[in-house]
Design a protein. Structure first.
Length: 356
C-alpha cells in the first residue's frame, strides 16, 4: 500500500512530506520533501498559537492549511515523479496550535486538550485520496498526553536484540525514545527533553545556520545554571513540552542569548539521555543540520555513539512524516498505534479520524 505522511512540526518552518510503500513485510520511502511556509503564513500560525486570538483566525487557518498541505503533497509528488493517484491513503498530523497534555482546572473539571489544524476534508477533496488526521486526540481521550507518538515508529526501526538505543528527534522541541536491548513495546520510555530548535530559532530567526552565532557567542553560566534547575528536567516521564514553555514568554522572561540557548538545548538533551543505558543515540530532525549543536551533544555524551538516522536508512528530515504515514496505515486497518508507556494512556487505542 502507498501511504503519504504530512506534518508541520512545532518549529512552524513548513510541511514535511513522505511517500511510503508499506506492507506487512516492511516499508520503503518512494519520495520525500519539504515545502516551506511563506513568512506571512508562518507569522499567522504563530499569532494563533498559544495566543489570544479570534475564532475566525483559527477556523480560516484550519481550512487554509488544508489547502497548503494538499499542495505540498502534490508538489512533492511532482518532484519525485510519483503520481498522486498512486497514493492509497494519506496520514496528516496537521499543525499544532495548542497542546496541553497535562489536565488543568477548567470550569470545575480537569481538562487536557490539544489542537492540530489543516482540515483533512480539504486534503481529501483536493487530492482524491482518503485522509486520516487528528491522531493525538484519541490518545488523550484514553487518558494520555497525546504525545509523543513517534515511539511507535522508533521501536519498529531501531529495536535491537543486542544494543540499547535511544532515538533523539530535534525539532522545535527535542524528544527521546529509549529502546532497551530486547525491549517489548511496554519497555519503551519516551518523552520531551525540553527545547529543540525553538529557543535558538527565536534568537536568530529563522534559524542559526549551522549554529555559527551560538559558536561565536559566550554562555551566560549563571543564567544557564538557573534554567537547568527548572523542575521539568528532573521530573519523571511521561512528560511533554511545547511552545507554552519555550515560546516568546520564555525568551522575554529569561533574557536568554543564542549561545546560552544552544547550551541549554544540548545540556537538557544530554542530561535526559544520561539517565538511561544506551550504546547508540540515533538523531533525526532539523537540529541535525546545526553542526555546533551536534558537536556539543557529542561532547556531553562521551563513550556514546551518536549517529544520524540517515546512517540507519531513515531520512533525517522525513522521519516524522513517515511516522504519520505509518500511523495512518495502522489506523486504516483498525489497529492501535499509541504507545501507552510513552503517552501515559490507560490503553492502546486506534488513532485518527477519516475523511473520505
Ligand atoms: N542548516 C541549519 N542550521 C541550523 N539549524 C537548522 C538548519 N536547517 C534546519 N535547522 C533547524 O531545523 C528546524 C526545523 O526542524 P524540523 O525537524 O522541521 O522541526 P519541527 O518538527 O519542529 O518542524 C528549523 O527551524 C531550524 O531550527
Ligand atoms: Mg518542521
Amino acid at each position: 500500500m502507498r501511504v503519504a505522511g504530512l506534518i508541520s512540526g512545532t518549529s512552524v518552518d513548513g510541511i514535511d512530506v513522505a511517500i511510503l510503500d508499506i506492507g506487512e513485510g516492511g516499508m520503503s520511502l518512494a519520495g520525500a520533501g519539504s515545502v516551506a511556509y511563506p513568512a506571512d503564513v508562518r507569522g499567522a500560525i504563530l499569532a494563533a498559537s498559544n495566543a489570544d486570538t479570534h475564532t475566525a483566525a483559527i477556523a480560516r487557518l484550519n481550512f487554509f492549511l488544508g489547502e497548503l498541505f494538499a499542495e505540498a503533497l502534490l508538489e512533492v509528488c511532482d518532484r519525485a515523479g510519483t503520481p498522486v493517484r498512486s497514493i492509497d491513503l494519506i496520514g496528516s498530523h496537521g499543525q499544532t496550535i495548542f497542546h496541553e497534555g497535562e489536565p488543568v482546572q477548567f470550569l470545575g473539571r480537569r481538562v487536557a486538550s490539544t489542537m492540530q489544524i489543516g482540515e483533512g476534508a480539504i486534503i481529501a477533496r483536493r487530492t482524491g485520496v482518503p485522509v486520516i488526521s487528528d491522531f493525538r486526540v484519541g490518545d488523550m481521550a484514553a487518558g494520555g498526553r497525546g504525545a509523543p507518538l513517534v515511539p511507535f515508529l522508533d521501536y519498529r526501526l531501531f529495536r535491537s536484540e543486542t544494543v540499547s538505543r535511544i532515538a533523539l528527534n530535534i525539532g522545535g522541541i527535542a524528544n527521546i525514545t529509549v529502546i532497551p536491548r530486547g525491549a517489548k513495546p511496554e519497555d519503551v520510555i519516551a518523552f520531551d527533553t525540553g527545547p529543540g530548535n525553538m529557543v535558538m530559532d527565536q534568537l536568530a530567526p529563522p534559524y542559526d545556520a549551522d549554529g555559527a552565532k551560538a559558536r561565536a557567542g559566550a554562555v551566560h553560566q549563571a543564567l544557564l545554571d538557573q534554567l537547568l534547575h527548572d523542575p521539568y528536567y528532573a521530573a519523571q516521564p511521561p512528560k511533554t513540552a511545547g511552545r507554552e514553555q519555550y515560546g516568546p514568554d520564555f525568551v522575554a522572561r529569561t533574557g536568554i542569548d543564542i549561545a546560552t540557548a544552544a547550551e541549554l538545548t544540548a545540556r537538557t538533551i544530554a542530561m535526559a539521555i544520561r539517565n538511561y543505558e544506551a550504546g547508540e543515540v540515533i538523531v533525526s530532525g532539523g537540529g541535525v543540520h546545526n553542526g555546533y549543536l551536534m558537536e556539543r551533544i557529542r561532547a556531553l555524551l562521551p563513550g556514546v555513539r551518536v549517529a544520524t538516522s540517515a546512517e540507519y536508512g531513515m531520512d533525517i528530515d522525513a522521519k516524522e512524516a513517515v511516522l504519520f504515514a505509518v500511523l495512518a496505515y495502522e489506523s486504516w486497518f483498525g489497529r492501535p498505534c499509541n504507545v501507552p508507556s510513552a503517552t501515559g494512556a490507560r490503553l492502546a487505542v486506534v488513532l485518527g479520524k477519516l475523511s473520505r
